[in-house]
Design a protein around this ligand. Sequence first.
Ligand code: ADP
Ligand code: MG
Length: 707
Amino acid sequence: MEEKYTISDIFGENVFSDKVMQERLPKKVYKNLKKTMAGLQELSMGDADVIAKAMKDWAEEKGATHYTHIFQPLIVSLAAEKHDAFVTNPDESGNMITQLSGKALIMQEPDASSFPSGGTRDTCAARGYTFWDVTSPVYIKTGKIGAVLCIPAVFCSYTGITLDKKAPLLRSIEAVSKEAMRIVKLVDPETEATKVGASVGPEQEYFVIDRDKYLARKDLVFTGRTLFGAAPCKGQELDDQYFGVIPEKVGEFMKDLNTECWKLGITVTTQHNEVAPGQHELAPIYSEANIAVDNNLAVMEIVKKVAERHGLACLLHEKPFAGVNGSGKHNNWSLATDTGVNLLDPGDNPAENKLFLLTLACIVKGVDTHADLLRQSASDVGNDHRLGAQEAPPAIISIFLGDQLEDIVKQIIEKGKVDSVIEGSRLDLGISTVTPMKKDATDRNRTSPFAFTGNKFEFRMVGSNDSISAPNTTLNAIVAEAFSDAADEIEAASDKAAAIDAVTRKYLTEHQRVIFNGNGYSDEWVAEAEKRGLPNIKSMVDATETLTTDKAIELFGKFGIMNETELKLREEVLYETYAKVINIEAQTMIDMAQTEILPAVMAYATNLAASVNEIQAACEDADVSYETDTLKETSALLAEAKKAVAALKDARQKAASQECPKCSAHSYHDDVMPAMTALRAPVDKLETIVDKDIWPIPTYADMLFEF
Ligand code: ADP
Ligand code: MG
């Protein structure tokens, strides 16, 4: 019989939660740890020993044999881990007394030489350190390997240069909290708030397909996306997939996925089919930004593991299939005080909500000033296929506010005060049994990269396969800077209330060009954005250099988020990553074409030729035009493909031989990518001609529709 449980039975059972800490730690140690978590005091080694022992005992009761610092190196998403068992040397009688020391809990020293460091470290100087991040819960990960105690950690080099995505995020969280608190206090000197936290809710899109078909395609296995594949007879044109009934096989997988997430204290709630066939979405309830990032990384791992268990493969790539929608990860973001005030909640009377309006003005200023950095933060290799492709936001950053707010902003700019507010009217469908309700003051805009959605901003550019760490680090940083500038001005003024209004008006006026409520997919917007002077950064390679402009170095430096060295090394790692990813794609294409697809096509052509000969031998005046025409067409495409393979090899060689990482990345973008497109074209045409039985790899129809 199937096991039945409620969510509360299992929720958080594998988390070393606050409740577990209270139960298992001496009161004094618990209190000290809470102070460390609040950033108020260092953890003493004595307390660390007690905590480590409690964690180990708890983990062992749950079947764990190992522990690991889990960290986020500067490579393609996902986390890194090195397991150590709780073993020590046996005593004289051979008994094993297991152990986790306080020192091992706080700090580990993994060999860091194989992680990218953008040339900041010689290979011979290999030392790296991971440090426990006490603000993200410790948890137990389970799988065929057994149970492992996972300790979230930051990662740096021997010299203290951060080599990960978590350290800058934590610093940005502190920066935005500090600067936002200045604003909160200026607007409400009586406030009891002591902290402002960034809240994040990421919506994760993904595809699932049959695992055997996945394994039969080298492109999916090596690159996460299909490099060849003709469009199937049916795509997404009927709109029958979005919110459609979830297929049983996928439903079974989702059920298991939810259970795994809940056990880790991850509040997954929403699940539905997305626009493309085979595409789905999952979203948790939002949480503190650092925890949201860690949870999302865990979800990305779990979704793959659970899919495997169900004979499926989960594809997190931003564009696994050409011709249907790709996958994104909408990053919902807001700021709230520890007393529960959401700075982005307009409330019932937005026109009088000074904190909200000033916050909004600061966000508008931050986004306009650093549109390039925000664009960069959502760049990864796969996302280049999505942004600006009529299915995802354009590569131009703009802000959607909606009718109500745009009108308020207009009034503030024009007259410095708000006389009227557009309200959502009552929606009465005229059906006596349907209760009329007041509707939202504003419709949604699905084409905007940065849309206000009621009490939060939805950053819609982020790719499904990317970590949400950089987008949130950047958001926190650019808004911290605007808050800081605003607070400086207001603090210096004698009439604070007037200064709050004046700064709000000034920022909105100076940065209104970034506000756009219209259709972000239209060509007119591209032209209009250019007129407004908004950057239109088309690719990841072009976006990378924004990390090291004077403006960026000043921004991240001012708040101690990343120094110039840390920014430069990230820039270099991104160029290297881009080059490596495209290189793998090019090699995979060449390999698949040469060893799988083209030989199958040659066999087909030879068969055709033999059948022409045989038919003519049997019946001299038989009409073999179909066979000969097909043979001619096939041979012509074969010849085109052969040339394209040679051209791709040359382009790859050229890009690979460039000395500087930036030149190489640009060459992969400018030379290799077009050569890949040129090879795909004849091969995809061949797929529509050649006998299905001899086509060596699963087709789009096989993968997207046949479960
Ligand atoms: P959509 O209708 O846009 O697809 P979803 O329900 O899929 O929305 O996801 C919305 C996400 O936004 C959820 O993760 C939700 O918890 C999160 N969210 C809601 N309010 C806030 C907020 N104030 N700050 C940050 N995230 C929020
Ligand atoms: Mg959603």
